[in-house]
Design a protein around this ligand. Structure first.
Ligand code: PLP
Length: 470
């Protein structure tokens, strides 16, 4: 029997109680301000952005219950009620006895990897997120990513494309010696590989290998709820479990859990580090107190912890998660149907576009991804980020660009912020983009800092833009 699938409107499982007006601008205005920003949307004022898809980090909307929690947050220095609330929620979620609050994910990383790392140490992950890698390398340790080879193919359809390659893991343990492996880090969902999920079977397999070699396993679970959605709907044996049960099972497999609560914590600022081992927890707590704050608030206000405690429950709501994953999928699937080359399948928090394929005539030396980022802003006031040679390109000795592996553009979706019609608006703007496919020129860099150049680099258009008269 074939099932006829009808496209149904995806109605948001919430209604709007407070609004934040958006400024409607003209194309001529946007060309002017983008030029002033050196064609780098990071340097735009957010007031000039209509749909902001730069990141899903800390950009979500809080619920009425979270705002109510903000008002009743306890700002006591030690033993605050809001801390006790957060600690209880996180203990229940992770099953771990030691809970440390931090101001964001990278603070938890700096503390944990500062203790576990150091010269000669090796960390192995499905994919280290940028701040994870930076915090590891800063200690003098090495970070190695091991996705299965086929997961690098942007078009291959795999249900769990974020998985770690367990054969490569065994190989690396043999090569470096188990005593030199500081930890295996499972990033769920796998942010840097497109928000792709990781299966429970894969985390269990990694756990088994860690047990056999007495290696610590850390779960970088910023998007643990989104990952649980994919497990329930794609992995045999999980259909009848709740999202929270699936998350608990996965987190229970780790020795430590690091979280940027700016993602699935549904808050604008916050992070967590949770541990099973008492000695390690003691060391981490000592560092926390030196750099973040006392052990019962980390770098957070009482109201922040209250909102986080509530957010960590709300994020597992079945209607919310369905809307969240379907809404991201809707954007990706409709872009694909229009003929826009997207990384497939669509992950949990973002859609990635292959700009080299979309703009085949723009040479990589003229940054096709940056061209798409600028075109989306000019045509629609949409802000997004290049993940290609602007972000990862290097130069050889002659100063010639060594391009990145791919020229991608990421559209990251903030949580509970935009409605279905905003997403439809973004799809409409891509009709204008399709008309620009034959363009031959992109941008050149006129200024770049020595590190992380995508944040502050400035560009010039190879062919000046014609400003319309509107
Ligand atoms: C965002 C993120 C981090 C870092 O968290 P911040 O809150 O931005 O410091 C670490 N790991 C992953 C997978 C992330 O997505």
């Amino acid at each position: 029997m074939t099932e006829v699938k009808k496209q149904r409107t995806l109605a948001e499982p919430f209604k709007i109680k407070m609004v934040e007006p958006l400024k409607i601008t003209t194309e001529a205005y946007r060309i002017k301000v983008l030029e002033k920003a050196g064609y780098n949307p990071f340097l735009l004022s957010s007031d000039d952005v209509f749909i902001d898809l730069l990141t899903d980090s800390g950009t979500g909307a809080m619920s009425d219950k979270q705002w109510a929690g903000i008002m009743s947050g306890d700002e006591s220095y030690a033993g605050a009620r809001s801390w006790e609330h957060l600690e209880a929620v996180v203990k229940e979620l992770t099953g771990m006895p030691y809970i440390l609050p931090t101001h964001q994910g990278r603070a938890a990383e700096r503390i944990l990897y500062g203790i576990l790392g150091g010269p000669g140490k090796i960390f192995i992950s499905n994919t280290h997120f940028d701040t994870t890698r930076a915090n590891i390398e800063f200690t003098g340790a090495t970070a190695i990513d091991i996705l299965p080879d086929n997961a690098y193919d942007p078009e291959i359809d795999l249900p769990f494309k974020g998985n770690i390659d367990t054969d490569k893991l065994l190989g690396l343990i043999k090569q470096y010696g188990k005593e030199n492996i500081a930890a295996v880090i499972m990033t769920v969902t796998n942010n840097s590989s497109g928000g792709q999920p990781v299966s429970m079977a894969n985390v269990k397999a990694a756990r088994k290998i860690c047990d056999e070699h007495q290696i610590m396993m850390v779960i970088d679970g910023c998007r643990i709820a989104e990952n649980s959605y994919f497990v329930k709907h794609r992995e045999a044996g999980y259909q009848d479990k709740t999202y929270e049960e699936i998350a608990k099972e996965m987190l229970g497999l780790g020795d430590a859990f690091v979280m940027s609560a700016k993602k699935d914590g549904l808050v604008n600022m916050g992070g967590l580090l949770t541990l099973k081992d008492a000695t390690l927890a003691q060391k981490c707590t000592n560092l926390l107190i030196i750099s973040e704050g006392f052990a019962t608030y980390g770098g957070l206000a009482g109201r922040d912890m209250e909102a986080m405690a509530i957010g960590l429950k709300e994020v597992f709501d079945a209607d919310y998660l369905h809307y969240r994953i379907k809404s991201t999928g809707y954007l990706g699937e409709h872009l694909k149907a229009k003929g826009i080359p997207v990384v497939w399948p669509i992950g949990g928090h973002a859609v990635y576009i292959d700009a080299k394929k979309l703009y085949p005539n723009i040479p990589v030396e003229e940054y096709p991804g940056q061209a798409l980022v600028c075109d989306l802003y000019i045509k629609g006031g949409i802000r997004c980020v290049e993940i290609g040679s602007v972000m990862f390109g290097k130069y050889d000795e002659q100063g010639k660009l060594i391009p990145a592996k791919n020229e991608l553009v990421r559209l990251a979706i903030p949580r509970r912020v935009y409605t279905q019609s905003h997403i439809d608006y973004v799809l409409d703007i891509f009709d204008d983009i399709l008309e620009m496919r034959s363009q031959h020129h992109g941008y050149k860099i006129t200024y770049e800092p020595p590190f992380l150049r995508h944040f502050t680099a400035k560009f010039e258009k190879m062919i000046p833009l014609a400003v319309p008269a509107n």
